[in-house]
Design a protein around this ligand. Sequence first.
Ligand SMILES: [Ca+2]
Ligand SMILES: [Ca+2]
Ligand SMILES: [Ca+2]
Length: 360
Amino acid sequence: MSSDGISIRCVVTSGANTAISGVATLNVDGTLPLVEGVNGSVNGNALFVKFSEAMNLDSIAADGNYKINGLDVLVATVLDAITVRLSTSQQLGGSAHTLTVNGVSDAAGNAIAPNTKVEFVTYSLVNGVVGMEIWKNIGGGAVADLRNNARYADAPDLDYAIATLDSTIILQGDTLNTFGGRFRTFLKPDTTGEYEFFLAGDDQAELRLSLDGSFDNIESPEANPPIAVLTAASAVFRDPGVNGSVSAPIALEAGVTYALQALWKESNGSEICKVGWRLVGDPTPALELPTIPSQFLSYYGPGGTTANVQTITAAGGQATITYTGTTLESSTDLVTWTVVTGATSPYTIAATGTRFYRAR
Ligand SMILES: [Ca+2]
Ligand SMILES: [Ca+2]
Ligand SMILES: [Ca+2]
């Protein structure tokens, strides 16, 4: 608006008396706030809503101002002046919803247009993604400070779907302190061989790999002890033997899905976490290794479509399943599901009795 930012004085005249006020600056905000974007959650239990300008914080913290068809909005948490995290009832992967916003206003008091609607699709298992979660306001520099906190592992403050195992995709400038972080991703090599994993971290970090392709027991000290541990900050990949940041060689098979998790803990100053790998025999120096390329990674993120078993045909004593999605799972009781390692669609199964299949 043209009068925005001008300086004014107020002149009051009464009979022969005139009073002149001090100078005031006139701020006119004639722009209504908008919902600029929404992002899903890698855990399928939240929605991150971003507004177009600084908002009245009380108004965006009121959970009753948000409705989502098919989901309950549980708690609205203000992350900053333009962003709010809505925790929701558990979302189905890859399902379409509409967020309807009412009653929120910008910092100047302009209300959003009534029944502002934004369509979104919940995150589903997609290729090329790492989940990155952040727990804020946890002191200490040891990974145990994160793991032992009551808000770990179910209540991260922030989560992101990013392209590789590199915290600086999101956290730049070393400005965030007293937090813990976690990467999770499914890893599927295209070459069978022995791999070394490289971990960079600040302050401290640990890396685990589950050969069964599941995160269910990823932190079990017996089943999945850490394959690399950093007890002092190292912002770059080091050669084997310098510190605990490089795993022993681990045999992996092409086409098999593994579960990879890194935890790190930042107290203050600089922060980072990165994970790389190298086939034994590859001469690339540790310092020059990239983080694990996205083509080998998959996790919950945007842009996916709902995974489905599409057809089941029987011939010659065998059944053939075609499906969409990246992972086929089988079960004998519809309760316990096991990843069918190496499966790609169409997938043919020999007669083995009654078995159920689902795609993810
Ligand atoms: Ca405004
Ligand atoms: Ca920091
Ligand atoms: Ca630090």
